[in-house]
Design a protein around this ligand. Structure first.
Ligand SMILES: *Cc1c(COP(=O)(O)O)cnc(C)c1O
Length: 458
């Protein structure tokens, strides 16, 4: 198998494999890039090119590639008990031990977990669970869930509906009923007449307006990512989340934090809600819980909800074959212990996150860059047409994609969301590796600037 050529792989791929979020016809014309191996923060493709993976795979390989502890945990569990379920009053030791460990590392209101196989499934569980909660409370009419435009909460029917991606809503009759969206806290995209803090309050108060419009007695929950990830690493003003908390408390609405990206240290605390100062009733997690070595997700259930589900519940008619999968849970345990042993959360907060922030602040000098934002080990560079006025490029030009192509061509994986270039590197990255990444970013920004000039766009 491994002696196949790139052309051969690409032909078989185009013949049989439909990729996620992909224009199938356009990809078949070009051929996929085949990633064949990885180590630490680097990937290699089938042509032998080395790439610096500044996206941690897909926001998940937080401890880097090739970690022996995780590989051994999976191998050992595969040998002992590769699968058993947690249905019908059974379960397995890894599921119990991971539940115990999650109760320790999450904020104090969380003592219970419901496992899923992914973040999307976790958010499906959220929809089922918050509606179940209000049913049990005798308020079944409280069923509406409020989310935000440009949010990402996954790709199942419920996940994509909770998300606020217009391109996803255009296909398949989404959102499903009972899910509505308010504005996102994206200051740079606003007219910028308000200060960031004033804008944060205004964006949060859109939640209160929506609640009053619908009627508080019909609203079940509000869901948000601490920092919008797939939406473009949009770091909200400091005023935003405390105001959201106040509004949810005032109207008795459940607050849900989608921690699929921000969880497990990425923001410099174990969970993003701790960085931004709010106290969710429920949290979705996935990605970083196993550093992506094997699929796992779930929902942390706060005592307010758990108490009602447990004491007044009867059967909760919901679950997945792979809820609490023993191999996934064994890897989750090994991953969390590794994060603890290496002090990665504190490292992000006090050492490597601040260094990424400094590095990005220096990149803000580049003529193409209108603003930079960082939070822990996440960063965004907003490409603009006019640095002084902050005028954006015409979206149709797809300037972000021009830059992304230069990144790939120069050995750097950096993602484009519109004209926002984003990174979410592994939490184990060294300062020297951040310097190495910055050299590549600067080079790609220069190449992008040159190309835009040649095309007459800049
Ligand atoms: C990736 C992501 C999801 C979906 O997780 P999957 O494992 O892809 O289903 C949900 N929420 C957020 C915030 C994400 O970034």
């Amino acid at each position: 198998m491994n002696t196949r050529t790139t052309k051969d792989w690409q032909a078989a791929d185009a013949s049989h494999h439909l990729h996620p979020f992909t224009d199938f016809k356009s990809l078949a014309g070009k051929g996929s890039r085949i990633i064949t191996r990885a180590d630490n923060i680097y990937l290699w493709d089938s042509e032998g090119h080395k790439l610096l993976d500044a996206m941690s795979g897909l926001w998940c390989v937080n401890v880097g590639y090739g970690r022996r502890e995780l590989i051994d945990a999976a191998t050992k569990q595969l040998e002992t008990l590769p699968f058993y379920n947690s249905f019908f009053q059974t379960t397995t030791p890894p599921a119990i031990e991971l539940a115990e460990l999650l109760a320790q590392v999450t904020p104090p209101q969380f003592k219970h977990v419901f496992f899923s196989g992914s973040g999307s499934e976790g958010n499906d569980t959220i929809v089922r669970m918050v509606r179940r909660y209000w049913d049990l409370k005798g308020q079944p009419e409280r069923s509406v869930i409020i989310s935000r435009h440009n949010a990402y909460h996954g790709s199942t029917m419920a996940g994509a509906s909770l998300g606020g991606m217009s391109g996803m809503h255009e296909q398949g009759g989404l959102p499903i009923p009972g899910i509505v969206h308010i504005e996102q806290p994206f200051w740079y995209e606003s007219d910028r007449r308000l200060s960031r803090d004033e804008f944060g309050l205004k964006a949060a108060r859109a939640l209160e307006q929506k609640i009053l419009e619908i009627g508080a007695d019909k609203v079940a929950a509000f869901i948000g990512e601490p920092v919008q990830g797939a939406g473009g690493v949009i770091v909200p003003p400091a005023t935003y989340w405390p105001e959201i908390q106040r509004i949810c408390d005032r109207h008795g609405i459940l607050l849900v934090s989608d921690e699929v990206i921000c969880g497990f240290g990425r923001t410099g605390q174990w969970f993003g809600c701790e960085t931004f100062g709010y106290r969710p009733d429920l949290m979705t997690f996935a990605k970083g819980v196993t550093s992506g070595y094997i699929p796992l997700g779930g929902v942390m259930v706060g005592e307010r909800v758990a108490k009602v589900l447990i004491e007044e519940g009867g059967e909760f008619a919901h679950g997945y074959t792979y809820s609490g999968h023993p191999v996934a849970c064994a890897v989750g345990i090994a991953n969390i212990k590794l994060i603890q042993r290496e002090g990665l959360v504190e490292r992000v907060r006090t050492e490597i996150g601040p260094y990424l922030a400094e590095t990005f602040a220096a990149l803000a000098e580049h003529p193409l860059v209108g603003e930079v934002q960082t939070c822990g080990m996440m960063g965004a560079l907003q490409l603009v047409k006019d640095k002084a006025s902050g005028e954006m490029f015409d979206g149709k030009l797809e300037v972000g994609m021009v830059c992304r192509a230069h990144c790939f061509g120069n050995g750097l994986i950096m993602r484009a969301v519109g004209d926002r270039m984003i990174v979410a590197p592994p939490l184990v990255m060294t300062k020297a590796q951040i310097d190495e990444m910055a050299v590549l970013i600067r080079k790609c920004l220069d190449l992008t600037q040159q190309e835009l000039k040649q095309r007459g766009w800049w």
